[in-house]
Ligand binder design. Structure first.
Ligand code: TRP
Length: 333
């Protein structure tokens, strides 16, 4: 079947993925594999822009991210899964793109402004050149594969806009080499964490794909509920309760309506409601979690997937770089 185009997306290896990542990103990526030619990149160089002083955990984080991806349905028979730093061509293109990218474009990027305001600056030297150039590297990641579509979260839109601007400027000087990629936003409702805020590793409220069923049950049990519903019989407000969000995500519609009514009338108590939400969650995510557990015990396989991905990615990236060197009269050609 003819594909609709080529996708590239990526993620920094910064720790275990949680249900928010799964519902917000991975499920979506996995579903696109039938329609698009897919490249998924573990962006370890990007992780260095804010964490260059702690690289000792990088190999493990890369492997664990690959495990999370494979468990979530990214399929090495249909997609190329690879590690950014294993495809050196990205660095070369980053360098060349940095020549055509005005510093002012990078300084006004909202993610950069945000990062420098919250910089973890271990030696007080200020933001690094690599951090400023983060979007240039991301542009290189995307266009070196001539990707047409980049499925990302809203936070990445400024980077996609910059990528398009860099492509226009580059093509203007050197000929029509790269397509302008489009961002594809996933329609996605926020997944709440155990404290009711958006699920995030940094809030300590996450349910990870690597959690065991017991850990999931324990976390769900401790989940924040409507503070006005203290005991059985008190009427609750399901729309303000994260446990109800789990019923909505993983339960069927008819049962959700019953739960809503039971909570509002006070007949349904939080303990029972949480128990059922846990069951539904484990029913839906159990297979992913089980697969994750198996893959984590078979790292030889996971490393093999990344080794194969590296070869496939390099082939495409190398062809693009040949074209770029020729267009720019570099390397004596
Ligand atoms: N910047 C992205 C993030 O933080 C990760 C990333 C790196 C990426 N390279 C990419 C995303 C290329 C899309 C395309 O999530």
């Amino acid at each position: 079947m003819a594909k609709k185009g080529r996708i590239l997306s990526g993620h920094r290896p910064t720790g275990l993925l949680h249900i928010g990542h799964y519902e917000g990103t991975l499920r979506n990526w996995a579903a696109m594999q039938d329609d698009y030619e897919c490249f998924f990149e573990i962006a370890d160089w990007h992780a260095l822009t804010t964490g260059f002083d702690e690289t000792d955990q990088m190999p493990e984080r890369i492997e664990q991210l690959a495990v999370d991806w494979l468990a979530s349905g990214l399929d090495p028979d249909r997609s190329v899964l690879f590690v950014q730093s294993q495809v050196m061509e990205h660095a070369e293109l980053h360098l060349l793109l940095s020549m055509v990218t005005p510093v002012s474009w990078l300084e006004r990027c909202p993610t950069y402004k945000d990062q420098i305001a919250n910089l973890r600056d271990s030696d007080g030297a200020g933001p690094g050149h690599g951090l400023l150039g983060y979007p240039v590297l991301q542009a290189a990641d995307i266009i070196i594969y001539k990707a047409n579509v980049v499925p990302v979260g809203e936070d990445q839109l400024p980077h996609l806009e910059l990528t398009r601007e860099i492509v226009r400027r580059f093509n203007n000087f050197f000929g029509d080499i790269f397509p302008e990629p489009e961002a594809l936003l996933s329609a996605f409702a926020m997944v709440p964490g155990t404290d009711g805020r958006k699920m995030s590793k940094s809030y300590g409220n996450a349910i990870n794909l690597a959690d065991t069923p017991d850990e999931v049950a324990k976390k769900m049990k401790s989940m924040f509920t409507d503070p006005e519903k203290q005991r059985m019989g008190d009427p609750g407000h399901p729309d303000a309760c994260p446990v109800y969000s789990y019923h909505q995500m993983y339960g069927d519609e008819a049962r959700c309506a019953e739960i809503k009514a039971g909570c509002e009338s006070g007949e349904l108590g939080c303990v029972v409601c949480k128990g059922e939400a846990t069951e539904k969650t484990l029913e839906a995510l159990g297979p992913v979690m089980q697969k994750r557990h198996e893959l984590a015990g078979d790292l030889g396989y996971v490393r093999g997937v990344l080794a194969e991905g590296k070869e496939k990615a390099r082939e495409v990236a190398a062809a693009s770089m040949d074209e770029v060197r020729r267009a720019m009269h570099l390397g004596g050609i």
